[in-house]
Design a protein around this ligand. Structure first.
Ligand code: GAR
Length: 197
């Protein structure tokens, strides 16, 4: 039987699409749910067009009550019975309690070469630092933000006249290669760090 993968998004969901498209044929997993904290996320309609159940739990009515939001988010997630939860551009910080429910089976993609540039504005920070390389990282999610064990990284050059947007446009296609490759390895029970160039 295939492993079930729930994918959490906040926006356009291009990484979600790459993950979902990879889960075909002899792949050991299949997408079971795409879930967003934003009902307007364009990735939701992309998921539905691919035949994947999609749902949203708007975080805004919950204000600062993160626990109440996560209770609501947990409901459709648990109903989908995922073996693996993949954060793919999911822009809400999750509490340690939420993360603990999926310990060792929650993944995230982050647009930097972790441990550099946790958090936001990663490409601007790489450029400002004068880095010659940037990239993306897939890691296991732990209680600390952008901090869990690294499962894969892909590198791209930073060019002299890069802006955050041109660098992001170079990194994103690498994200679309890296995340499916790491997901497949994780679903197959492989260990170690995958490096793409
Ligand atoms: C991606 O670049 C992803 O790495 C980043 O958001 C973008 C989502 O794009 N994630 C983070 O910054 C997480 N902290 P997508 O919705 O098109 O996949």
């Amino acid at each position: 039987m295939s492993l079930r993968v729930a994918i959490l998004i906040s926006g356009s969901g291009s990484n979600m699409v790459a993950l979902a498209q990879s889960m075909q044929g002899d792949h050991p997993a299949r997408p079971c749910l795409v879930l967003s904290n934003d009902p307007a996320a364009t990735g939701l309609s992309k998921a539905r067009a691919m035949g994947i159940p999609a749902a949203a739990v708007d975080h805004r009515p919950f204000g600062r009550d993160r626990a109440a939001f996560e209770d609501a988010l947990m409901r459709p997630l648990l109903e989908a019975q995922p073996d693996i939860v993949a954060l793919a551009g999911f822009m809400r910080v999750l509490t340690p309690e939420f993360v603990a429910r999926f310990e060792g089976r929650m993944l995230n993609i982050h647009p930097s070469l972790l441990p550099k540039y946790k958090g936001l504005n990663t490409h601007a920070r790489a450029i400002a630092a004068g880095d010659s390389e940037a990239g993306c990282t897939v890691h296991e999610v732990t209680a600390a933000l952008d901090d869990g064990p690294i499962l894969g990284q892909a590198r791209v050059p930073v060019l002299p006249d890069d802006t955050p947007d041109t660098l992001a446009a170079r990194v994103l296609p690498m994200e679309h290669r890296l995340y499916p490759a790491v997901l497949r390895r994780v679903a197959m029970g492989a260990r170690g760090i995958l490096t793409l160039r």
